[in-house]
Design a protein around this ligand. Structure first.
Ligand code: NCD
Length: 331
């Protein structure tokens, strides 16, 4: 049984649920019912994506979606592109490597350029925390944050929550251990806020050098040892060691890190017998996770997370463009 929307969205005069946000920038901006509302909206797209060879829906027909990715991405960029196309939008990907940013253009000037092209929705990934909000403040259309620095990655947390809800039914009392390089992870920051808001007991498991000081403020309990952090967990979410964000030696060596913090079958045995294994990707096999765990047919939900990514991004694109499409009650 899937959990229902406990605190229902306020309705407009025509009985339609209202989502009172122009942009999707941070999980911190969302109330628990708004998160549940997006999870419920995404369910229809899971069914639609699975059900038909022809997956097209025309509700964004005629709208222009710009994906501006200033940082590398495989699954996030692809799934936003597929999501937009399945909804009928004209999707344009801006290749940051060849963009004018390389010629010294400011972020604000890039934002003004995107705006002048009358985009109807802009999806942005950027290496600096706060950069996406800066652009959102300058443009006339909804902006979705596809990851800004170490700060937030809201659609990842939402797709993770959708994956967990589909497998576990509800969040109340669920023990979720988020393990690894929590310090450099926007995925962890969004997930801690999201899962705590939904009623889960969230643990952040990391060596002291990779534990951000603010985990408790984000709703998680810190653990420095995997044994204690995994004990009785319902969900084990592993994070990549984000070497590109490290400007020093945070760990002795990848080998030692694997020995102490890698998710091996022996370590997974400390969690509940039916504990779910998750990873946002890309994975470093043999570092934060061993292949036999990552590929476990029943326990691993890693490919399901990718599937839920498309459905969740369809839901977010649909909901945020309703105002512009003139759907009654949405502004
Ligand atoms: C994550 C990201 O980019 O923050 N990946 C993703 O979006 N699927 C995590 C990572 O890069 O390790």
């Amino acid at each position: 049984m899937l959990e229902t929307n406990a605190a229902p969205a306020p309705l407009d005069l025509t009985g339609r649920a209202l989502f009172p946000h122009r942009h999707l920038l941070s999980i911190a901006d969302l109330k628990p019912w708004e998160i549940r509302f997006l999870l419920d909206e995404a369910e229809q797209w899971v069914r639609a994506n699975r059900g038909h060879a022809r997956k097209h829906d025309d509700r964004l027909a005629g709208m222009t979606q710009i994906n501006a990715f200033f940082e590398n991405s495989t699954r996030t960029l692809l799934s936003f592109e597929i999501a937009g196309k399945r909804l009928g939008a004209d999707v344009v990907n801006m290749a940051a490597a060849t963009s004018s940013l390389k010629k010294g253009e400011t972020l604000i000037d890039t934002a003004m350029t995107l705006n002048a092209m009358y985009a109807d929705v802009i999806v942005i990934r950027h290496g600096s925390s706060g950069a996406v909000r800066l652009i959102a403040d300058k443009v006339d259309c909804p902006v979705l944050n596809a990851g800004d620095g170490w700060h937030q990655h809201p659609t990842q947390a939402l797709l993770d929550a959708l994956t967990i809800r589909r497998r576990k039914g509800s969040f109340e009392g669920l023990v979720v251990a988020i393990c690894g390089d929590v310090l450099h992870s926007r995925v962890a920051r969004s997930n801690m806020l999201c899962l705590a808001a939904l009623g889960a007991q969230v643990r952040a498991v990391a060596p002291p050098t990779l534990m951000p000081p603010e985990v408790e403020m984000l709703g998680a309990t810190p653990f420095h040892r995997m044994d204690a952090g995994l004990d009785g967990a319902d969900v084990v979410m592993m994070l990549r060691l984000q070497n590109e964000r490290m400007d020093g030696a945070f760990i002795p060596s990848p080998r030692e890190y694997h020995m102490l913090y890698g998710l091996t079958p022996e370590r997974l045995a400390l969690a509940k017998p039916d504990a779910l294994v998750m990873h946002p990707g890309p994975m470093n096999r043999g570092v934060e996770i061993s292949s036999s765990v990552a590929d476990h047919p029943e326990r691993s939900a890693i490919t399901e997370q990718v599937e839920m990514g498309v459905a969740m991004r369809m839901a977010c694109l649909d909901v945020l463009t309703r105002g512009a499409r003139g759907v009654e009650g949405w502004s």
